[in-house]
Ligand binder design. Structure first.
Ligand SMILES: *Cc1c(COP(=O)(O)O)cnc(C)c1O
Length: 417
């Protein structure tokens, strides 16, 4: 049992240990913010770009300028940034269907992709939903070797001339593995292109934006995809996703988003675009706050003797912090503590439930302003040994620190720490 004074001392001590790391993060934030700011100025963002539009959305300047700002920030030719992209999974599916044609081969170069992509690719028993497999797109997978891309094995798959896309996932997702660094993604892209200049290197960049001073598109990856209710929405974007990269490839995705012949020319948004612009403006700061929160969490739980990934001072390439609790009680108490410390629905107690599409029961804590936004402080976990909790987000460091205080108190009351 820990007293409140002991909990405060633990948090203060952990924060102290991270002082140098926080300084480095602030330097990174400044660099990312400058890039965002330069893009706003270069595109002459003005109040009129915030206006809502209706109907077809022909000549929607707010939409078009937002897309150019994103392309500049990500150092690439073009970007699709749309409220009509419903989620990260939708953006990834859009990109894959935009790029691949019947008979083509998709290679997953960083092992089994994120859970929700299994239905998109056609790895499940579901039929009739129009997966890539139903459209005649074949799939190969190259598993990670010691948390790293197995480059030799990946290059070997390129012997098949029908390989069109190599997909890589930057984030750990919900696995106990390291995330891939931007530098490594660049090396892999260079090696793939050297062997097969025609092959498209696509990156699932979810949770990765602004965690480093460069994005995959800065280092030679052809196209990347992400969600606006994660990092680049800065906590303000109410919905949406993006696809950014080479102009010819983004255009193909635009034809898939709306219609061949029409592409990106249509798409209105009655909600107005101010929150997308302001969210991007805030994103480098918000992501830095989330990273500080993740580091503090890592430091605190490793001090308490739990296995954590990443380690407090380890290189980070995404905003996820994983903690191994070793038993279901600890994991559940952790998630409940996060929920009780949320600005929305703090009075609700999350319980494990059988979520459709998952093998094990799942528990989720998300007391967020934007429904399901995981750039806001949230935690989730399947109830399965070794009982790993995944935490991410936090619009402010103060919130994460506050939440950790509650989590520790709750776990302590239950005799779990
Ligand atoms: C969140 C995430 C997705 C899917 O995004 P949704 O918005 O939940 O559909 C895909 N890949 C990775 C790595 C993610 O983190």
């Amino acid at each position: 049992m820990m007293t409140n004074t002991q909990i405060s001392a633990l948090l203060d001590g952990a924060r102290q240990k991270l002082t140098q790391r926080f300084l480095a993060l602030e330097a990174m934030e400044q660099e990312n913010f400058s890039r965002v700011m330069d893009a706003f100025r270069a595109e002459r963002v003005a109040v009129r770009h915030f206006a809502p539009t209706s109907g077809y959305g022909y000549g929607d300047d707010g939409r078009d300028v937002l897309e150019r700002v994103f392309a500049r920030v990500f150092g690439c030719e073009d970007a699709l940034v749309r409220p009509a992209i419903a989620s990260g999974t939708h953006a990834l599916a859009l990109c894959l269907f935009g790029l691949l044609r019947p008979g083509d081969i998709l290679v997953a170069g960083s092992g089994k992709p994120y859970d929700t992509l299994e239905s998109v690719i056609g790895l499940t028993d579901e039929v009739g939903q129009g997966s890539l497999r139903e459209f005649g797109v074949e799939y190969r997978q190259v598993d990670l070797n010691k948390d790293d891309v197995d480059l030799d094995a990946l290059l070997l798959t390129l012997e098949e001339p029908r390989v069109k896309v190599v997909a890589l996932q930057r984030s750990r997702g919900y696995d106990w593995r390291a995330s891939l660094s931007v530098a490594r993604l660049g090396e892999v892209a260079a090696a793939v292109h050297q062997r097969r200049p025609d092959v498209i290197v696509m990156v699932d960049n979810c949770y990765g934006e602004f965690v480093k001073t460069q994005e995959p598109t800065h280092v030679g990856c052809d196209i990347m995809v992400g969600s606006l209710i994660k990092n680049p929405g800065g906590g303000l974007a109410p919905t949406g996703g993006y696809i950014a990269g080479r102009g010819d490839l983004v255009e193909k995705c635009a034809y898939r988003l709306t219609s061949p012949g029409i592409g990106r020319e249509v798409g209105s948004y009655m909600g107005g675009y101010d929150r997308f612009y302001q969210g991007l403006f805030l994103a480098p700061h918000v992501v830095t706050e989330a990273l500080k929160g993740a580091m503090l969490t890592s430091q605190v739980f490793s001090a308490l003797g739990f296995a954590v990934s990443p380690q407090p001072e380890e290189e980070r390439n995404d905003i996820i912090q994983a903690i191994q609790f070793g038993n279901a009680e600890g994991l559940i108490a952790f998630c409940q503590g996060i929920q009780y410390a949320s600005p929305v629905d703090s009075h609700v107690t999350p319980e494990p439930w059988a979520m459709p599409g998952y093998q094990d029961q799942v528990i989720m804590a998300a007391g967020t302003f934007v429904s399901g936004a995981s750039i806001e402080l949230s935690a989730d976990a399947p109830i399965r040994a070794p009982y790993i909790g995944y935490m991410q987000g936090g619009l402010t460091f103060s919130h994460v620190r506050y939440a950790l205080g509650h989590v520790l108190e709750h776990m302590s009351q239950k005799g779990l720490i």
